[in-house]
Ligand binder design. Sequence first.
Ligand code: BGC
Length: 279
Amino acid sequence: MAGNADDSRGVRSAQLLKGQKALVTGANSGIGLATAVALGRAGADVVVNYVAGAGEAEDVVRRIEGFGVRAYAHEADVSDEDQVSAMVARMVEEFGTIDVMVANAGLQRDAALTEMTLAEWQKVIDVNLTGQFLCAREAAKEFLRRGVVEEVSRSAGKIVCMSSVHQIVPWAGHVNYASSKGGVGMLMQTLAQELAPHRIRVNAVAPGAIRTPINRDAWSTPEAEADLLRLIPYGRVGNPDDVADAVVALASDLLDYVVGTTLYVDGGMTLFPGFATGG
Ligand code: BGC
C-alpha cells in the first residue's frame, strides 16, 4: 500500500520540526512512508531510506518536496554496518547534520518454532534489532559531535525506535519478531539512559495493528478484520498516520522531557481485551 498520509493535514503538525534534519529507515512503504511524509510536513528535511523499491522511495521524496523542504532517497540495508555508516555520512555531507533518526525498518518471517530456520531467525534479528543498533550508533556519533544548537532544538538529537506491541505481548508463531521487538525495548531504554546526559533523547513508538503490507492478511478480508478487531478495544484498525503523528510529537521539542519511554499507538491492544468480559 502506498501509505495514506493526507498532505493537507498541515495544522496538526504545525512545523514542529522546522529546520531539523531527519532520516527514516524503511521509508518507501507503510509506517515509514507515512512517517517520512509527516516529518516533511512538520518542516524537516528528510532522507528517505529504502532497501528495495526505488520508485516508491522517489515518490515519497516528491511528496515531501511538495512541503517546500529538501529530501532525497538513499538505498541502504540497515543490517549492514558499512552501508549505515555511509548513509549517515552522506546525510551529514548533504544536509550538514542529523537531528532525528527514526529507526523504523523492520520485517517479519513467520513460522512455528519447529519450522523456523536459523536464517529466518537471523534475518529478523539482523534487520529489526541490529539495524536499529547501527542506525542509533551512527546518529549518536553525530549528535555528540555537534551538541545542542538552541535555535534548532532543545536537545542534541532524537532517536525514535519503531517497536511494536510485541515488545511486551508474546506472539506464538513469531518468536523471531517478538524477540526482536523485546530487544528493541531494552535497546531503547539502555540507550536512553546512556545518552540522556548528553541531551540526546531516545524513545520508542509501539504500534499495534496498523493497515500496512506487513500484516495484509490480518485485515484484507472482512472476516480477518473482524477477527483482528476482537483484539482492539478502540474498534478500528490503525492507519500509518496514527503512528507517524506520534513519531513527530516524540521527535519535537513539544515532548522535550520525554526520555526512555515507549508510546503505545495501538487502540488499546495492550489492555488485555480478553479480560473485558472474563477473568
Ligand atoms: C506486526 C503486525 C501485527 C501487529 C499486531 C505488528 O508489530 O508487524 O503484523 O498485526 O503487530 O499484532
